[in-house]
Every structure is written in structure tokens, then in C-alpha cells.
Design a protein around this ligand. Structure first.
Ligand code: FAD
Ligand code: NAP
Length: 539
């Protein structure tokens, strides 16, 4: 099949990309593994799954009627509600006719003589396309389970990111959950409410803050909707893609009492970044960070009644905020229930999964079900899963062997006409992702329109621009405390993955300005070629 653009993935990124491409007059085909739209919200159906950026902000802003007509029922919508929203967007804009479901892209090859991509699927189809766009998600490939004996367990096993479509009932069961990141922390209080016994296997404790979730009443919704012009604009030019708090002071410019009061207020807000945005040095100064970390540790100690359990739940091995914080509903309180047990894997690691349960270095446990909440091969997993070959047959996976390299996180040298939505080196997972998705989709569409209007056959990032951007991404990360943590931002959760900070932490607003400037300067840092001749861009 011949088309102008192939888009991989029908999550929010792929859906909006399709909408924009159509509006701009391009033909496009979206290829998606699942049998429905929604991406993250299609796959992650575990109990308790919900967003942790307020729904009024974690939603599309590109269509005013859409943002006014959709009624979010809670501050943080549940997975089913977000999936309904994704389906509503697909129907409202008639997207499904250009989305091919149950189709996995397996390879993409650039043909230098035709200057087009040849894209193959697991169904044996080939697409001949001028542009190839990854909208395949930063958190869409579950990390391979690296625990011995996983397949020998006689009971049921589940992964939070590949949850059965019709749900699971744990009533009366002895359940294990392995992993205490956001997925584990969101799901466990609900699993505990059903199960006869819940055993939590924790390797690294996380910092979790209360979501303070609540139904959204009509007045609040109307107030926020009326404020959308200011709120959306604020998000686009913010650090993390949500309306900013002022961050004028250092944590040490105020008295201990004032700081403690500020943290209390932020804790009660129930927002992911409320504490970390109190002072401007919390993510760059160890001592400042420790004031916030200590505050949260003391909160854990005040909630969890057993002092040993509380201490085990207190993170001490990384600065707060440098592994992604979690928002929970009743997570720490759950440990006050008699049928919930915490196992500290730092003291007694898992040796293997047995036919009947889990064996740690000092005990054997029996379970009816094991839930893996063990995370993702983040940011690069879905991209390198496809066999992508660019100019001279160079493999993208080889190019990224020592870590991902992309200009603005959008494009890679030697891979003409290939774009990534929220690719490594862009704010992506450091932001409200929908804000970042909209920005990338709009930038890419404008770029493709410019190329078409100027009879450009290929557009490719230069090696120099790519190197400068990769250096910049690293330099900014190294000014912060982020590299101290063994996080998935650093690739540290996947054995053998290169250890470097993958997203751009310079902020959504700064990044947007940079992308706009690149476009304004004639796509500075890109090489454009006409159908026969290559020439450097104006910039
Ligand atoms: P995805 O939604 O991941 O969609 C990518 C799609 O590509 C998937 O459907 C996948 O099946 C498909 N795909 C991948 N490879 C191929 C292939 N080779 N061929 C065909 N199809 C392919 N972000 C926030 O900002 N706020 C939140 O509150 C938030 N909560 C989250 C909660 C969970 C449980 C998780 C896992 C992530 C969360 N995120 C959150 C991040 C979330 O991933 C993004 O917000 C957003 O949904 C990503 O959309 P996307 O379209 O880029 O990718
Ligand atoms: P994660 O944050 O990577 O957490 C995985 C957990 O599993 C960690 O506690 C990890 O411990 C543990 N683990 C991994 N392998 C293990 C092993 N072999 N043995 C024991 N423990 C192991 O993954 P996630 O919870 O799925 O979340 C990923 C991201 O998705 C989040 O950070 C967030 O961006 C997004 N998300 C958001 C929400 C939301 O609230 N909206 C919900 C879910 C996910 P170590 O830390 O020691 O490796």
C-alpha cells in the first residue's frame, strides 16, 4: 500500500498525529498492535489505574469543543474513563478508518533510490511511505521479567501493563505483588481489599504522595473550563507541562517552620509536583532535596503504625523526585491491615519463583496469584523493537547501542523522513505527556507541510546538530540530581541498558521555544534534499 505517512501506534500520540496529517491533506495509515485505540490506557487495566496529572490538564487542548464537551468525573480519572475518552476522540474525529488494528510493525527500511520508507508488518503487508513516524509510546513495552522460574508457577500470573481485558477477581486469594513503582502502588490497596492475603515484594521503596482524589463537581469543572485559555497556555510554557507554581526561593531562604508549613500545604494539595515545586533548588541541591525527602519520610512514619514496616517503606537511596514519584490512594495506610505483609528484598532478595510461590533468601511463600508490577523498557524499547534501517542500511538499534541519540528527541541523523513523538531527548516523560504530544505532533505537521510546499523529498537531522543536542540534554541533566538515581529515566531498570538520562529536563517551555526557533530558522540542524540534490538548510 502506498501512503504519504505511516504512523506506528494509536495511543494519544498516534491519534492526534493522524488528525493533524489529515487536516493538512496528507494520506496516512496508523498501524497498531492492539484491537483498539488508547495505547497506555488500553493495556494498563490493572485495578486502581488512573492518571496522576489532573484530568482537566491530562487531556487534549487542540479542539475547544472537545475540551468543553468532555465531562471528567474525577480529579484523576480512572483507566476506563480515560479509555472511553480515547474512544470518544477516535469517533468524534472519525479516526478509525485510517487505523489498522492488530497489526505490529516489524521493520522499516529507507530506500535511497526512491527516498521512501518500506514498512513491514507481522501480517506480511508492506507499506510504501514517504514519512515514517513513531508514536509507539515511552512506556509501552513491559520490561522482561528477570526472575528465575517465572514460567514454572502453577497459579495465575499477571503483568500490570498487560492486564486481562475483562479484569481479575482476587477474592479469597493469597496474592503477591512484585514491584513498588506507580503501577504497584496504585493497584495494591484495591487488590488488598479483595484478597485474603497480600504480600508486597519491595526492592526499592518509592516516595508516594496522597492523590486526594475526589469527584469533580460541576462548579469546579466550570471554573477550570473557563480558565482553560490561561491554564493550557501556562502548561505549554511550563517546566513539567502543568500550570506552574512560582519557584522563587531556595529551601534555605525560609525558616524551618515556614518550610515545613509549605510542605504540609503541598502534601494536602494531592499533586505530583506540589512539593518539588516549593523551592527552586530541590532538584539541584542535595541538602535542599533532603528537607523534602525528610518531610515525606516523616509522613510515612506518621501513617504506618509498625515502626519497622514504616522504616522499610522510607526511601533513602536516592533524592526525592529523581525516580518518578507516585500518587496513591491509601497505599501507606494499607500496611496497617493485618492481612498485608511487606517483604524487604534488599534484606532477603528473591531467589526464584517456584511452582507454589516465591522463594527469597530466607523464606518460602505460597500464593494463588502473582502480579508483576515490574515496569517498562522505557523510552527506547518500542523504537528498537522495530528493525529500523536508514541510509546505507545503518540500524537504529546499533546507532543507539551506547544510548539513544536524536536531534530534539524528534529525528535522528542517517534516518531521513523518520520522526519520533516524545522521543528520547525531548521533555516527554518529564512532563504532562499530552502537552508534549501535542507540541511534537504540531511541529512535525508544520515541518511536513513546509517540506511539501518547497518540494523537499527528504529531511534529515545533521550529525553535528544531533551531537550538540545530545550533549545539551546530558549537560542539563548533569546540573541536576537526576543522574544519582537508578531510575528508568536512566535506563537503570533494564539489565544491560546503557546508563544515561534519556528525557530532556530543561522544561516544556524552553524546549518548545527551541523547536520553534529551529523551524523559524529554516529547520536549522536539518538537511533538506530535493528529489535529486541534497543541500544544507538555511539555518
Ligand atoms: P502509548 O499510549 O504507549 O501508545 C503507543 C501505542 O503504540 C500502543 O498502543 C502500542 O500497542 C503501539 N505500538 C508500539 N509498538 C508498536 C509496533 N511495533 N507496531 C504497532 N503498534 C505498536 N503520563 C502523564 O503525563 N500523566 C499520567 O497521569 C500518566 N499516567 C500513566 C499511567 C500508566 C499506567 C502508564 C503506563 C503511563 C502513564 N503516563 C502518564 C504515560 C503515558 O504513557 C502517556 O501519558 C501517553 O498515554 C502516551 O501516549 P502515546 O500515544 O505516546 O503512547
Ligand atoms: P516502575 O516505576 O519501573 O516500577 C517497577 C517496580 O518493580 C520497582 O519497584 C522495581 O524495583 C520493581 N522491580 C523491577 N524488577 C524487579 C525484580 N526483578 N525484582 C524485584 N522488584 C523488581 O514501573 P511502573 O510502576 O509500571 O511505572 C512506570 C511509569 O509509568 C511510572 O513511573 C509513571 O511514569 C507511569 N505510571 C503512572 C501511573 C500513574 O499514577 N498515572 C501509574 C503507573 C505507571 P527497583 O526500583 O528496585 O528497580
Amino acid at each position: 500500500m502506498k501512503t504519504d505517512v505511516v504512523v506506528v501506534g494509536a495511543g494519544f500520540a498516534g491519534m492526534y498525529m493522524l488528525y493533524r496529517l489529515r487536516e493538512a491533506g496528507f494520506s496516512a495509515r496508523v498501524l497498531e498492535v492492539a484491537d483498539g485505540v488508547g495505547g497506555t490506557w488500553y493495556w494498563n487495566r490493572y485495578p486502581g489505574a488512573r492518571c496522576d496529572v489532573m484530568s482537566m490538564d491530562y487531556s487534549f487542548s487542540f479542539d475547544d469543543a472537545l475540551q468543553k464537551e468532555w465531562i471528567w468525573s474525577e480529579k484523576y480519572a480512572t483507566q476506563p474513563e480515560i479509555l472511553r475518552y480515547a474512544n470518544h476522540v477516535a469517533d468524534r474525529f472519525d479516526l478509525r478508518r485510517d487505523i489498522q488494528f492488530e497489526t505490529r510493525v516489524t521493520s522499516a527500511r529507507f530506500n535511497e533510490s526512491t527516498q521512501r520508507w518500506s514498512v513491514e508488518t507481522d501480517g506480511g503487508e508492506t507499506f510504501d511511505t514517504q514519512y515514517y513516524i513513531f508514536a509507539s509510546g515511552c512506556l509501552s513495552v513491559p520490561k522482561a521479567i528477570d526472575i528465575e522460574g517465572q514460567n514454572g508457577f502453577a497459579g495465575a500470573t499477571y503483568h500490570t501493563a498487560d492486564w486481562p481485558l475483562d479484569g481479575v477477581n482476587f477474592s479469597g486469594q493469597r496474592v503477591a505483588v512484585i514491584g513498588t513503582g506507580s503501577s504497584g502502588i496504585q493497584s495494591m490497596p484495591i487488590i488488598a481489599a479483595q484478597a485474603r492475603a497480600l504480600t508486597v515484594f519491595q526492592r526499592t521503596p518509592a516516595f508516594s504522595l496522597p492523590a486526594e482524589n475526589r469527584p469533580m463537581d460541576d462548579d469546579e469543572r466550570a471554573r477550570l473550563q473557563n480558565d482553560y485559555p490561561r491554564r493550557r497556555a501556562g502548561s505549554r510554557h511550563s517546566l513539567f507541562g502543568v500550570p506552574d507554581y512560582p519557584m522563587e526561593k531556595s529551601a534555605f531562604e525560609v525558616s524551618d517552620e515556614e518550610r515545613e508549613q509549605a510542605y504540609e500545604g503541598a502534601w494536602d494539595k494531592g499533586e505530583l509536583i506540589a512539593i518539588m515545586q516549593q523551592y527552586n533548588d530541590l532538584l539541584i541541591d542535595d541538602a535542599a532535596n533532603e528537607t523534602a525527602a525528610n518531610f515525606v519520610r516523616n509522613k510515612i512514619r506518621s501513617i504506618v503504625k509498625d515502626p519497622d514496616v514504616a522504616e522499610t517503606l522510607c526511601p533513602t537511596s536516592f533524592p526525592i523526585g529523581t525516580k518518578r514519584a507516585c500518587l496513591d490512594t491509601g497505599y501507606y495506610e494499607m500496611f496497617n491491615q493485618d492481612h498485608v505483609e511487606l517483604v524487604d528484598l534488599l534484606k532477603s532478595p528473591i531467589e526464584k519463583i517456584t511452582a507454589t510461590g516465591v522463594k527469597t533468601s530466607d523464606r518460602e511463600f505460597e500464593f494463588d496469584a502473582i502480579v508483576f508490577a515490574t515496569g517498562f523498557d522505557a523510552m527506547t524499547g518500542a523504537i528498537v523493537n522495530v528493525d529500523v534501517r536508514g541510509v546505507d542500511g545503518v540500524e537504529l538499534a546499533d546507532k543507539w547501542d551506547a544510548g539513544p541519540r536524536a536531534y530534539l528527541g524528534l529525528a535522528a541523523h542517517q534516518f531521513p523522513n523518520l520522526f519520533m513523538i516524545t522521543g528520547p531527548g525531548s521533555p516527554s516523560v518529564m512532563s504532562n505527556m499530552i502537552v508534549s504530544i501535542e507540541q511534537h505532533v504540531e511541529w512535525i505537521t508544520d515541518c511536513l507541510v513546509q517540506a511539501r510546499d518547497n518540494d523537499v523529498a527528504t529531511i534529515e537531522a545533521t550529525s553535528e546538530a544531533e551531537q550538540l543536542w545530545v550533549d545539551h540534554v546530558n549537560d542539563v541533566a548533569n546540573m541536576t540530581l537526576f543522574p544519582q538515581a537508578n531510575s528508568w529515566y536512566m535506563g537503570a531498570n533494564v539489565p544491560g541498558k546503557p546508563r544515561l538520562f534519556m528525557p530532556y529536563i530543561g522544561g516544556c517551555g524552553v524546549y518548545r521555544d527551541k523547536c520553534d526557533e529551529v523551524a523559524k530558522n529554516g529547520y536549522e540542524g536539518f538537511t533538506m534534499s530535493s528529489h535529486t540534490v541534497k543541500h544544507a538548510s538555511a539555518g
